[in-house]
Design a protein around this ligand. Sequence first.
Ligand SMILES: *Cc1c(COP(=O)(O)O)cnc(C)c1O
Length: 427
Amino acid sequence: MSTSLTDTRSAELYERAQRVLPGGVNSPVRAMKAIGRDPIFVERGEGAELTDVDGNTYVDYVCSWGPLIHGHAHPAIVEAVTAAAADGTTFGAATTGEVDLAELVTQRMPAVDMLRMTSSGTEASMSAIRLARAATGREKLLKFAGAYHGHVDGLLADAGSGLATQGIPSSPGVPVAATANTVVVPWNDEAAVRAAFAAHEFAAVLAEPYPANMGLVPPAAGFLALLRELADDNGALLIFDEVISGFRVGPGGVQELVDVLPDLTVMGKVIGGGLPAAAYGGSVDLMSRIAPAGDVYQAGTLSGNPLAVAAGRVTLELLDDAAYTKLSSTTVALADGLREAAATYPVQVIHTCGLLTVFFSSEPVTDYASATRCDTTAYAAWCRELLARGVYPPASQFETWFPSLAHNSEHLERTLEAACAAFAEVF
Ligand SMILES: *Cc1c(COP(=O)(O)O)cnc(C)c1O
């Protein structure tokens, strides 16, 4: 028997929300449809814990889908944001804080010497693509099935019928023309990437170096280096979307870990410390094409917003070597514990520092097709059981878990106890 949650106030709010917000939410995954339940309305968060409007408390493994690497309401971040707000929330003018944050980022990310801030990862990837097209004088993009780079029209593309053919829109409202220049190939598929390069002249190949939007599906050995090599040989730029991996898997993102340097890097989530901020960056040469230094137009009313910049600065400053050691050991303890809990079931746990996915399949997951073959119905049932036991997992198997620096051994204990009981209910 599963424990049941009190949900009276969430249910009332959901009624009201559905009348004024499509599906009752402002971003689809929050509706929790993929795990077959109604949304939970959150009242507050503190450290690694969330409390909903009905007073239920959860150990939170979503952490706003990545930004909250220090957990909710970290005192130093709250203080920095509060102080910034007291000085004025936005000026639409240059400030000290944005220069400080840009310096911190360029010190950490090996391939970023200059950057432009935006308010969302979507805008940052859209702008990086514009720059890549301007720099190469080409229009085509290569992307990977199951990768997410924000809701940019041209990137909402599925693979066409054959490999290395143009992408087809994956949402109504996206013009065929918008995806006509996007070629979609399977992740980790060397032959498909080579065939695509043979058939097209790309402006850029765009990749999440550690894809985390089909669940966590690491690159095969040498795959990122191959992308670098093929981009170089064919006059294309390599763009790493490190919106999730940046400042999370290590101070300098995946690019530092694997020593494959992209031409352009897209950043978001952690860089804003829980406020809306993102950025794209690269060499001084490339970034000097951006207006007003250069001729490629891109702008934003709230870009480099003082509150977001203050949160981002403190977030990065708190991420010293000890923080990554701790985040890594927390992730390993969680992953090992979940593996042990799942030992007798067809379940596998994939992890890297600060990221984790529980795939309901015993087959290897190497790309989007194998990720979609997992038993998402069982995952959904397991998630509902976890929620009933005070653990808040991502409400989709295609999203990763985001352990944070606020998760301690007591949180992990509660999580693993709930996970064992939830597995027993599902299988
Ligand atoms: C979240 C995400 C984005 C989009 O960022 P938003 O701030 O939601 O627009 C882009 N790329 C990746 C890899 C992401 O995970």
